[in-house]
Design a binder for this molecule. Structure first.
Ligand code: ZN
Ligand code: ZN
Length: 612
């Protein structure tokens, strides 16, 4: 498995789905500025106000309407969140489609402008800003970032077909008929893709080739088998076979077109740089992350935090060195000493056969610690189900939360843990050292309790469809990262120095994600430079560092969400401690923070300050 990556299956799905099918981002920098200048005014007015009932009702109708139209335009994305009304539609990413999207976005932005935000109650006001951000993001993507022209991996149909095939939301034969209808649009879809791709990058072209080749297997394998074994009529099956052939031929055609394109751009040097540069990066950061900081400020903050943590790890190394290396002198270079200690103690890990069982056994212990220390409210009605990752979902990450979507909030939340069956002995050993005795506990805090799973349980209570659908990734990841430190600070693990050392190593990964993402995309950091940083200053193994380099060349900004969200939540907590003095209560802080749903941290901050 790779790293613990994304985690929420919904978020993972969004990241994986095609841009033609996924939500698009945002806006102009000036508008963003205005938005942020407006915020304090909102803060003051909200305190004493009796909110206008009519305007609030209108706003709720407006957002429900916007969401319905959004699903109509993004039927594939709708399927990912469990909304199946348009499941037989595949939207075509052609010129007309892009124009319609821009028109829709501009119309919605204009309609949002017509609302007086100061008349909206806090929940609606935060939804307002989230919708505005979403629309601005969408416009930015089409008009400025233009990844539809340079990222061929935007185009891949397999994901949504896979969800329809594997999700039991209606009878299987009916789902097959839906798939049959949906396949009709595939050739047109890939024609539009080819017309859009004018300036591909080498990295994204290679990725698109690999992923689309992978997509073929779904149609010739699992789907073909399901259809053959179904109760469809002989005629239906014949038609189905014909359409599978058309579909695979459209995919094959796209793949060979990309292979030719790749040869050409490699030969004539016309490939576009995968780096998006400072101006686009700052805008994308402002829109995707919704931070109170600029990308450059966040980068500086990450650098400072990295140095602080190196200092803390150095102190722990002084303490632990004699315990493990009594007869050896400690290296002068502190980073070398820290690395030696980490390597040495990583041999303490669970047996490979007991990996899933160990994770399962830890969850009740974490829950016990949280409730005994009254850290936040836990909901016993919604237990987390720990299970082995289903076969068709394997290959993503070793452990991840699989949460029900907003339209199916009653369904189970699963903690998928992949057994190490696919590994040989060396791979398993390396993996187990990585997820050793201490890191495994931190992983479980992050993914499950009180990290992602607990946050989702609270989030589902907020009942805002807007926040469930357009939830802010930096808040979601930031919360999970925040809880790791919070648990240790509250005494989980009894302040064991080994646990803190491992925690710092784990935390450095989030910090380093921010540092390399910015450095690669904005200041041109090379592959070797990035590997040196990750391996020497964040103690990562080469395989992990290489994987991260690849990810940083294929995505922009997302890698900064962990550290940004975490540092802003932590800063908010410290700010409230100062403001409230003796009246500050950690439990209340957590419960209130989570009560707003997955809204951007600056918006939650605003609402929490308003409520003082
Ligand atoms: Zn071992
Ligand atoms: Zn996470």
């Amino acid at each position: 498995m790779k790293k613990h990556l994304l985690t929420l299956s919904i978020i993972a799905a969004l990241a994986a789905c095609s841009p033609a099918e996924k939500p698009k981002p945002t806006e102009k920098a000036e508008e963003q500025q205005t938005d942020k200048v407006d915020a304090p005014a909102l803060e003051q007015k909200l305190i004493v106000k009796v909110y206008d009932k009519k305007i609030n009702t209108q706003f709720i109708e407006f957002s429900a309407d916007l969401i319905e139209q959004f699903w109509q335009k993004n039927p594939g994305y709708a399927v990912y969140v469990g909304y199946y009304k348009y499941d037989d539609q595949l939207s075509i990413p052609d010129e007309a489609g892009l124009k319609a999207e821009v028109a829709f976005t501009k119309e919605k932005l204009a309609q949002l402008q017509a609302f007086d935000v100061s008349e909206l109650n806090p929940s609606n006001a935060s939804d307002y800003y989230i919708l505005q951000n979403q629309m601005q993001s969408s416009l930015f993507n089409v008009e400025e970032l233009k990844s539809h022209q340079w990222d061929p991996s935007n185009y891949n149909i397999a994901g949504v077909f896979g969800v329809i095939l594997n999700t039991d939301y209606k009878a299987k034969d009916e789902r097959l008929r839906t798939i049959f209808k949906r396949m009709e649009f595939v050739p047109e879809y890939y024609q539009a893709a080819k017309a859009n791709i004018t300036t591909p990058t080498i990295n994204h072209t290679k990725l698109a080739i690999q992923q689309n080749q992978g997509a073929l297997g779904l149609f010739t394998g699992a789907l073909h088998t399901a259809m053959t074994e179904s109760n469809l009529s002989t005629q239906e099956k014949a038609d189905f076979n014909f359409r599978i052939a058309k579909t695979t031929s459209a995919i094959n055609d796209y793949v060979s077109w990309l292979e030719d394109k790749l040869k050409q751009i490699e030969a004539d040097g016309s490939a576009k740089d995968f780096r998006i540069g400072e101006a686009l990066y700052e805008k994308k950061f402002a829109l995707d992350i919704y931070s109170s900081l600029t990308a450059k400020q966040l980068f500086d903050k990450a650098e400072a935090e990295k140095n602080r943590i190196h200092g803390e790890m150095g102190k722990l190394a002084d303490k632990l060195w004699p315990k493990y290396f009594a007869t050896q002198a400690m290296p002068d270079n502190k980073l070398v000493a820290i690395k030696a200690l980490i390597d040495h103690i990583s041999v303490k890990h669970v047996e490979r056969e007991k990996f899933v069982a160990s994770v399962k056994a830890q969850i009740p212990q974490l829950e016990k610690f949280v409730s005994e220390n009254n850290l936040l409210e836990m909901d016993a009605d919604k237990p987390l189900v720990v299970r082995e990752t289903p076969e068709y979902q394997r290959g993503f990450a070793g452990a991840s939360i699989n949460a029900p979507g907003p339209y199916d909030a009653g369904a189970n939340t699963y903690y998928n843990v992949t057994p190490l069956d696919a590994f040989n002995d060396d791979q398993a050993e390396s993996y187990l050292r990585e997820y050793n005795h201490w890191i495994l506990q931190i992983l479980n805090i992050h993914e499950a309790v009180p990290g992602h799973y607990t946050q989702l349980v609270h989030s589902n209570k907020s009942k805002s469809l807007v926040k469930s659908i357009f939830g802010n990734g930096a808040m979601v990841e930031g919360w999970a990262v925040y809880t790791e430190r919070m648990m240790l600070e509250e005494g989980y693990g009894n302040f064991e120095p080994e646990l803190w050392l491992m925690y710092y190593k784990w935390n450095l990964r989030a910090i380093m994600n921010s540092i390399i993402d910015y450095s690669i995309q904005v200041t041109g950091l090379s592959e070797q430079g990035a590997l040196d940083l990750m391996m020497n200053e964040a103690f990562q193994e080469e395989a992990e560092a290489r994987g991260k380099w690849r990810r940083a060349t294929l995505s922009q900004v997302q890698l900064t969400s962990y550290f940004t969200g975490y540092s802003e939540i932590y800063a908010l907590r410290e700010e409230l401690k100062v403001k409230l003095g003796d009246k500050f209560n950690l439990t209340d802080f957590h419960n209130q923070f989570l009560s707003y749903g997955s809204a951007p941290v600056p918006i939650i901050r605003q609402m929490m300050l308003n409520s003082l």
